[in-house]
Design a binder for this molecule. Structure first.
Ligand code: F6R
Length: 615
């Protein structure tokens, strides 16, 4: 989704803005732009459809010199991608520039009012309406711009993270947010940085303030910072130190972030369980659960909320929690849950799973659940993100920044954390005996090494990918713990290679999808030797009888499925509850190689955004 970067300080803003825009590319975008106030005092605005490279080419050698500026990557909501619709947008006869993430829901009413008052709007966007509306309030009330922003935002319905640049006041920058994240970085020599996340900031400073909803920050060139709510209450800023290293935002010699992140999984899984599983004392440490034990002990239900890949991790958790802790689990798409008058009780524990911690639907769903008294536990990757901060308790996945739009290491980190949680609950609730617990504990501890083994065989996947690269459809089938893996495998393929793919529980195949099978249909089975292995073998037979091309993910040394399948990829045999951590890895590699062979942009697939911060 859209990205924001801003700078005010002693240095020329443009290189910082361009560097920031490149760091924000991972979020998904279709156009970009920058505005600065130049040394002569005039506003300079450049924007272009397409990649940041187009913007740079358009600007050429005459780069802006101003020491205050804003930059934006746009992911179209109102109006198609174009130079005209790209941000920044101008109000006040070109004197006020605004960049905006989010959606202004009442923009049509505001636009009508503005048109009536003689404003001339030239784009299709809600952001231009906001720029003019701020100017209208500024001029009609005579308020200083930060106050005018505050008053204007009181009238705005919807989500926004905005930064406002004023030609007449190049010594200050104004930023505000509601339901869309915004981070203010405090640098050396009175410099300020603004970002929709920490990625454009972290190369310059580690000290940040996370703006809260309905807060307006005014930064001054003298290093002053004031934060007020839109209701005009003064807020004392809380400075946080971010741990992210700039090196974690680089490709480190890999061709793509996605490949790097796939190969990082032994480390990211290890980091996510480190300190939590204690082999020597035979216990799991999970303070987010223990500090609120009464909530878990009385929980009549665990409600898991998430979207996309995080929802798939939630489905794995359903098997884990029901099996180990014997608590009923429901897994919901956050987007559906929030709009269907769900029954929520104060005896529910709500588990919100989100890599970014900013997904608009998941955030809205936990707010709804909170209103009904449920206990909210967040499983997020991005430290300080909105979902993490709004949860009552939580456990971070320590996967490190995930830049590839297709989620890979975040998924396995989520599953690893959810596994430790389920084990811990099972043990504390007396549902998992010591022997089973210890077996799982040693098994989980061994997983990073086994993922490394799978990765050491990555070249085998590349060879198989070549057989499927021209497919138009694919079917992914699995049962039990492998059903969510099948869904995740299909999602990975469709999102980066644009091949239509479906994930199904293997037994459901006979209730419809079997009609699709012919000699052109690749069918990917996850056929590990678990409780439902024999059933899956029968399903494989059924596909084979109809001529489907079978790729099976099997356990090392499985000769039965090897004899049936056209292609196999082996993973080590582990406890079935731990196997998604291994079987999902060849799925990721398969999608990656197929997408590459089809010439797709692996890290920034079309139309997709890394973090879906609008509904
Ligand atoms: C798929 C993918 C998305 C996200 C989804 C939720 O590869 O990345 O489906 O999983 O948008 O995002 P988070 O986890 O940030 O809430």
């Amino acid at each position: 989704m859209c990205g924001i970067v801003g700078y005010l300080g002693p240095e020329p803003a443009y290189p910082i803005l361009i560097d920031g825009l490149k760091r924000l590319e991972y979020r998904g975008y279709d156009s970009s732009g920058v505005a600065t106030v130049e040394p002569g005092g005039e506003m300079s605005v450049h924007k272009r459809q397409g990649k940041v490279a187009n913007l740079e080419a358009h600007i050429g050698a005459g780069v802006p010199q101003g020491t205050v500026g804003i930059g934006h990557t746009r992911w179209a909501t109102h109006g198609p991608p174009s130079d005209r619709n790209a941000h920044p947008h101008l109000g006040g006869n070109g004197k006020i520039a605004v960049i905006h993430n989010g959606i202004i829901e009442n923009y049509e009413a505001l636009k009508e009012l503005l048109t009536h008052r003689g404003h001339d709007l030239t784009s299709d966007t809600d952001t231009e309406v906001l720029a003019h509306f701020i100017d209208e309030v500024h001029r009609s009330t005579g308020l200083d711009l930060p106050d005018a922003v505050r008053v204007a935002l009181k009238e705005v319905v919807g989500a926004y993270a905005i930064v406002v640049l004023d030609e007449s006041q190049p010594d200050r920058l104004i930023a505000a947010r509601k339901s869309s994240p915004l981070v203010v970085g405090i640098g050396e020599n009175n410099a300020f940085y603004v970002g929709s996340d920490a990625t454009p900031i972290v190369g310059y400073t580690k000290n940040v303030i996370y703006l809260e909803d309905e807060e307006v920050a005014t930064m001054g060139r003298d290093g002053s910072l004031t934060i007020r709510t839109i209701a005009d209450a003064v807020v004392t800023p809380e400075v946080h130190e971010i741990e992210m290293e700039i090196a974690s935002l680089e490709k480190a010699g890999f061709d793509h972030f996605m490949l790097k992140e796939i190969f990082e999984q032994p480390k990211s899984i290890r980091d996510s369980i480190r300190g939590r599983i204690r082999l020597q004392s035979g216990e799991v440490m999970m303070s987010g659960i223990d500090d609120h034990w009464a909530k878990w002990e009385q929980a009549e239900r665990i409600l898991i909320l998430g979207c996309g890949t995080s929802w798939h991790a939630g489905l794995v958790a359903e098997y884990l929690f029901e099996s180990f802790a014997r608590i009923p689990v429901e897994v919901e798409y956050a987007s559906e849950f929030r709009y269907r008058k769900p029954v929520i009780r104060d005896t529910d524990v709500v588990l919100a799973i989100s890599q970014s911690g900013e997904t608009a639907d998941t955030l809205a769903a936990i707010r709804l659940a909170k209103e009904h008294g449920a206990h909210i536990f967040g499983v997020c990757n991005v430290v300080g993100s909105s979902i993490a901060r709004e949860s009552d308790a939580g456990a971070y996945t320590h996967a490190g920044p995930e830049i590839g739009v297709a989620s890979t290491k975040a998924f396995t980190a989520q599953v690893a954390v959810l596994t430790t949680m389920a084990m811990h609950l099972g043990k504390r609730l007396g549902k998992l005996n010591d022997q089973a617990f210890m077996r799982l504990m040693t098994g989980l501890d061994n997983i990073p090494d086994l993922v490394q083994q799978v990765l050491d065989n990555a070249s085998a996947v590349e060879h198989i990918a070549a057989q499927f690269a021209q497919a138009e459809n694919a079917l992914y089938l699995g049962r039990g713990y492998q059903f969510p893996v099948a869904l995740e495998g299909a999602l990975k393929l469709k999102e980066i290679s644009y091949i239509h793919a479906e994930g199904y529980p293997a037994a459901e195949m006979k209730h419809g999808p079997i009609a699709l099978i012919d000699e052109n249909m690749p069918v990917i089975f996850i056929a590990t030797q678990d409780d439902v292995y024999e059933k899956v073998v029968s399903n494989i037979q059924e596909v084979k009888a109809r001529g489907g091309q079978i790729l099976a993910i099997i356990n090392d040394g499985d000769t039965k499925v090897r004899a049936l399948a056209d292609h196999v990829l082996e993973v080590p045999k582990v406890h079935e509850a731990l196997s998604p951590l291994l079987t999902s890895v060849p799925m990721q590699l398969l999608s990656y190689h197929i997408a590459l062979m089809r010439g797709c942009n692996v890290d920034q697939p079309r139309n997709l955004a890394k973090s879906v911060t609008v509904e």
